[in-house]
Design a protein around this ligand. Sequence first.
Ligand code: AMP
Length: 130
Amino acid sequence: MTIFSKIVKGEIPSYKVAEDDQFYAFLDINPVAKGHTLVIPKQEIDYIFDQNDKQLAAHTLFAKRVAAAIRKAIPCKRVGVAVMGLEVPHAHIHLIPLNEESDMDFRKEHLKLTPEEMQEICQKIAAQFE
Ligand code: AMP
């Protein structure tokens, strides 16, 4: 079972931003920007393009709703979208509030946020999710 499946099952804690019956969105634990969020299918699928067309479309549309909530909750110019999957073999879309290009540089030093800060960001985004 992937670490993300354990998060979906509640076996590992996460800062949940949104969910429905198929998808789950939560804050990245090692964010490159405040509000860095991951959107995953609850079903354990390795890579985003391993999903069939219907699943992929639904995943993208759910991520779109999460991005809209991030946009309202976190001041930013754009919400950047990235897929890597080099670390966790469970399909996930990174959504990252951007003000400049370097905000999406995964090689730079990541933010060190307190649990209280993470909780506050999480609640702000969750409150905007429609
Ligand atoms: P990648 O698979 O290369 O797209 O990277 C996986 C991402 O998942 C990284 O940005 C990690 O910080 C993030 N991550 C790994 N474990 C957790 C976790 N338990 N909770 C939240 N984010 C995580």
